[in-house]
Design a protein around this ligand. Structure first.
Ligand code: URA
Length: 161
């Protein structure tokens, strides 16, 4: 609940649905390594998905499905009050930023989600298929790491909802 960083992915896969835990497959292993590279153990980070259950046949979530789950995600963010959000992949980035730009256009800068800084990077499943994109993703992770090193905004600790 006190996580400084919240990662938001797309939707659970088959294994995640079975275990009730996000990012437990090969993409999850890579996500763990990415987090460790910027100084976080997995259990220090709140990992969530836009969708709370798996779309049939692993298809992309529809806007309607994301909207149906959005109250849950918004509440997770409000309760956790992380210092920063990391959106991994197109579905999460576009949903949180209400944008239709591709990840390649959204990554590489600090956005805002309400008053929280939000960084976009490639989905770890994409990075497994496209290892050359890892260099760009590393730049995004470094941006997250430097957000963590900035003093928390506002006096005292951030307000909790
Ligand atoms: N991909 C996601 O976006 N989320 C998961 O939990 C697993 C794979």
């Amino acid at each position: 609940r006190d996580a400084a960083l919240m990662v938001v992915g797309e939707a659970p896969g088959a294994e995640e649905d079975r275990r009730g835990e996000p990012f437990v497959g090969p993409a999850g292993q890579l996500l763990n390594a990415m987090l460790r590279a910027i100084g976080f153990e997995r259990d220090e980070v709140f990992i969530a998905n836009v969708l709370k259950c798996r779309p049939p046949n692993n298809r992309d979530p529809s806007g309607e499905e994301a909207a149906a789950c959005s109250g849950y995600l918004e509440r997770q963010i409000a309760l956790t009050r992380p210092r920063a959000l990391l959106a991994v992949g197109r579905i999460s980035a576009q949903w949180l930023l209400k944008s239709d730009r591709p990840v390649g256009r959204l990554r590489g800068q600090v956005h805002r989600y309400g008053d929280l800084p939000l960084v976009v990077t490639y989905h770890p499943a994409y990075l497994l298929r496209t290892p050359l994109a890892k260099a760009k993703s590393w730049q995004d992770l470094c941006m997250v790491r430097s957000l963590m090193q900035e003093p928390a905004s506002g006096p005292g600790s951030p307000a909790r909802v």
